[in-house]
Design a protein around this ligand. Structure first.
Ligand code: GAR
Length: 203
């Protein structure tokens, strides 16, 4: 069994989509080894517990680079303890340190609700909406040292219609996220593709 570690900060709908995809065989031979949050009160942690999955809160104590490093050291230790092979950031709203990236080379994925490199950072759907784009979407990518940056595994698009609001657009993007993330994880685990420069191509 390939062991996934899920990191989240909020409601956890992407985590639940991954969980469903494992249950119905869209991500073969995999299991969620642990769900970890930097937020004690994250809804996603509650959901994990009610599914009987190991769920840990590792809150950051204090601010600044030293506190960040201490926090990431704890995160790395927990993921290692649970034998995690692939780390999936699913609404994990923290910047991770270079040490964290180095601990899991090409083994950390993130999902972002925009067509990167457009609209990194917070409120990506609102940024896209306000910019007036006609096509929006989501991106699953490997995580490197920069925020919402790294080799793209796959993207899904949605049209932005004249009658859309930020809310309807966000809902359409989220629906695609729930399809994209399991597909990307299955692709990465199957090792049918590899990183060539900045591209993720069939091996
Ligand atoms: C998702 O839309 C995800 O793409 C976004 O946070 C939301 C989490 O929702 N992530 C980012 O913006 C990362 N930069 P969820 O907790 O229901 O999965």
């Amino acid at each position: 069994m390939r062991r996934l570690g899920i990191l989240l900060s909020g409601r956890g709908s992407n985590f639940l989509a991954i969980h469903r995809a494992i249950a119905d065989g869209r991500i073969p031979d995999a299991e969620i080894a642990v769900v970890i949050s930097n937020k004690t009160e994250a809804k996603g942690l509650e959901a994990a517990r009610s599914l009987g999955l190991p769920a840990l809160a590792i809150p950051q104590e204090g601010k600044g680079p030293a506190a960040r490093e201490t926090h990431d050291t704890k995160m790395i230790a927990a993921l290692t303890d649970y034998g995690v092979e692939l780390v999936c950031l699913a609404g994990y709203m923290r910047i991770i340190s270079p040490a964290f990236v180095e601990a899991f080379p090409n083994r950390i994925l993130n999902i972002h609700p925009s067509l990167l490199p457009a609209f990194p950072g917070l409120d990506a759907q609102q940024q896209a909406f306000e910019y007036g784009v006609k096509v929006a979407g989501c991106t699953v990518h490997f995580v490197d040292e920069a925020v919402d940056h790294g080799v793209i595994v796959l993207q899904k698009t949605v049209p932005v219609l004249d009658e859309d609001t930020v809310e309807t657009l966000s809902a359409k993007i989220l629906e695609q996220e729930h399809i994209a993330y399991p597909e990307a994880i299955a692709r990465v685990l199957s090792e049918t593709h590899g990183v060539v420069g900045r591209r993720y191509l069939p091996a």
